[in-house]
Write a protein that binds this ligand. Structure first.
Ligand code: GTP
Ligand code: SPV
Ligand code: MN
Length: 603
């Protein structure tokens, strides 16, 4: 029998489930997480001893640790992610489907004895403020102390959640194992996992929701509150209950006159959400405060407006490219109490990555634990290296970031990483057109998921990897909000692209803090001002409408950024039509019509 701490709950269902999973996974011990500082420290010390964590220099980065993953386990695994809906049709062409009963059998085989020699941790966590009526309680069972430490930063975790659950409350069971049982006497690896990508499984059961994740310890594969619960499962529940679970940042923009606007933005993975969410505007007098950088749960409030809430409590952000110039507020967030995964270690015990805005150290230990020098020809940090940092430490965290009611949205932006065709900004004509723009979003793939980067694919609403049901139905759900509230109360919709390149491959737009210039125009449009030109693709800023004060930008570049590239768009509509065809009769007519109108408009 495994050594056990006394369960700090009398919730019968929870006790029975933990008992059943303990019998299945056969761990050496069971630990119920209370979420305390003391527990966190014990876990960190344990990981330092075992080589999973390297403590950073406490003078430079107090309370911070570095972890290096196994080289095979560096990002989400989309082709190993499954939705076990009743039918393949329900899961849609956007998901890998598997029969629930068969998958359950397979998983029971994998989890049988999978935690041998390890501790089974029980993590009670909530997505959303505990006081919120729409907060969801999950219980993650894991054999990874790294997962526990990250979940403590990313979610509301521990005793308070069990108190909320009480004796009879329901929860979403989230099973996780790194898939590396230990034989008696076997020494553990610093990053245990199943090295064969084909044996990793990230599985979602939508009916009587539960999540089973096997073989990976990295990010969205393993921190099950994030993409698995707060997006894939939550999107399914949201469709049933009439709200939205989205891959969006939430920010507040305050003008020099003190006028506040709340904006949410859906960009695909590693396409700029964290950066925009806490941006430092270059426009004098403008201020951004951050409410969330990755996920937004949105419901129609009593006032009939869209209210957005961040279910997380931390940032799991892309490290490379983060600098004092690009994202000073992220730099200000992970000064302490943070975990860095797959970045480089400097000789003075600090961290470094490519484009950090400081000269590379003369030598370092790279993300694989190898000696590194600036001329060695390898990257020091993995492109999907990440920081895990408490949101509360963000220098520009918004006072309402934990408001259980969320904040009322004035605008929603969609975006993607597009070297050509897509202009800097484009405003939707109406709600249906906005849903069309979101549905047609395309983006080049990034290092956030395993596979080749830089491949253009459709990523509707930045939800392709995260929508837990048929994307055709999802688009219909978005359209339905025009009937759920007054049209006048709906947020305005826009499409942005920070990633246009010149023929020579240079960025055409400076991005980062200068994106405030685009946000200013968004706010002006929300207020019924801001000069725009109607084009077949939507309203684009008039040539002199963007505030470019202090920006050294050639007229040619600006023209190119705002132009409607007719030939490019004709090609684009062809690709969209091809993508739409994959949804068959599930594609809402309204979107087909918007595509036809666009095609006709292009001539
Ligand atoms: P996930 O956490 O994977 O969902 O990513 P994210 O959408 O939060 O992306 P993030 O803000 O971390 O940005 C990812 C990469 O895009 C980083 O390398 C950034 O430096 C880069 N990036 C972000 N904003 C801009 C921008 O405005 N212009 C340019 N050129 N690059 C940007
Ligand atoms: C993403 O890939 O969109 C992320 C990182 O935010 S992960 O948590 O690994 O999904
Ligand atoms: Mn993300």
């Amino acid at each position: 029998m495994p050594a056990k701490t006394k369960p700090p709950t009398n919730n019968e269902k929870l006790l029975a489930w933990v008992e059943e999973m303990t019998t299945l996974c056969k761990p050496a011990s069971v630990h119920w997480c209370d979420g305390s500082d003391a527990e966190y420290q014990v876990l960190c010390d344990f990981m330092v001893k075992g080589g999973t964590f390297t403590p950073l220099n406490p003078k430079l980065r107090p309370g911070c640790y570095l972890a290096r993953s196994h080289a095979s386990d560096v990002a989400r695994v989309e082709d190993r992610t499954f939705i076990c809906a009743k039918t393949k049709e329900e899961a849609g062409p956007n998901n890998n489907w598997a029969d629930a009963a068969e998958m359950r059998q397979k998983l029971l085989g994998f989890f049988n004895g999978s935690m041998a020699g390890r501790t089974l941790y029980v993590i009670p966590f909530a997505m959303g403020p505990l006081a919120s009526p729409i907060a969801k309680v999950g219980i993650e069972i894991t054999d990874s102390p790294y997962v526990v430490a990250n979940m403590r930063i990313m979610t509301r975790m521990g005793r308070a959640v069990l108190d909320k659950l009480g004796a009879s409350g329901g929860f979403i069971p989230c099973m996780h194992s790194v898939g590396a049982p230990l034989k008696p006497g076997q020494t553990d690896a610093p990053w245990p996992c199943e090295p064969d990508p084909q044996k990793k499984y990230i599985v979602h059961f939508p009916d009587d929701p539960s999540i089973w994740s096997y073989g990976s310890g990295y990010g969205g594969n393993a921190l099950l509150g994030k993409k698995c619960l707060a997006l894939r499962i939550a999107s399914i529940v949201a469709q049933r209950e009439g709200w939205l679970a989205e891959h969006m940042l939430i920010l507040r923009l305050t003008s020099p006159q003190g006028k506040k606007h709340y904006i949410a933005a859906a960009f695909p993975s590693a396409c700029g959400k964290t950066n925009l969410a806490m941006m430092q505007p270059t426009l004098p007098g403008w201020k951004v405060t951050c409410l969330g950088d990755d996920i937004a749960w949105i419901h129609v409030g009593k006032d009939g407006r869209f209210h957005a809430m961040n279910p997380e409590t931390g940032f799991f952000g892309v490290a490379p490219g983060t600098s004092k110039h690009s994202n000073p507020n992220a730099m200000g967030t992970f000064t302490r109490n943070s975990i860095f995964t797959n970045v480089a270690l400097t000789p003075d015990g600090d961290i470094w990555w490519e484009d950090m805005g400081v000269p590379p150290p003369a030598k370092a230990i790279d993300w694989e634990g190898k000696d590194w020098t600036p001329d060695c020809g390898r990257k020091a940090a993995h492109p999907n290296a990440r920081f895990t940092a408490p949101a509360a430490q963000c220098p520009v965290i918004d006072p309402d970031w934990e408001n259980p009611e969320g904040v009322p949205l004035d605008a929603i932006l969609f975006g993607g990483r597009r070297a050509t065709t897509i202009p800097l900004i484009n405003e939707a004509f109406d709600w249906e057109h906005g849903v069309f723009l979101g549905s047609a979003a395309g983006s080049e793939t990034t290092a956030a998921a395993l596979g080749k980067a830089g491949i253009l694919r459709r990523d509707p609403f930045a939800m392709l990897p995260f929508c837990g049901y048929n994307m055709g139905d999802y688009l219909g759900h978005w359209l339905s909000f025009a009937q759920r509230t007054d049209r006048a109360k709906l947020p305005k919709m826009f499409f942005v692209n920070w990633f246009r390149r010149s023929a020579e491959g240079k960025w055409l737009w400076p991005g980062y803090g200068d994106n405030s210039r685009v946000l200013k125009w968004v706010c002006e449009r929300v207020e019924g001002a801001g000069k725009a030109v109607a084009t077949p693709i939507g309203n684009v800023p008039a040539p002199d409408a963007l505030d470019l004060t202090g920006l050294d930008m050639g007229a040619d570049s600006l023209r190119e950024l705002l132009a409607v590239d007719i030939a490019g768009w004709k090609h684009e509509t062809g690709t969209i039509a091809g993508y739409y065809a994959t949804f068959g009769s599930r594609l809402p007519d309204a979107l087909k019509q918007k595509l036809e109108t666009l095609s006709k408009g292009l001539g």
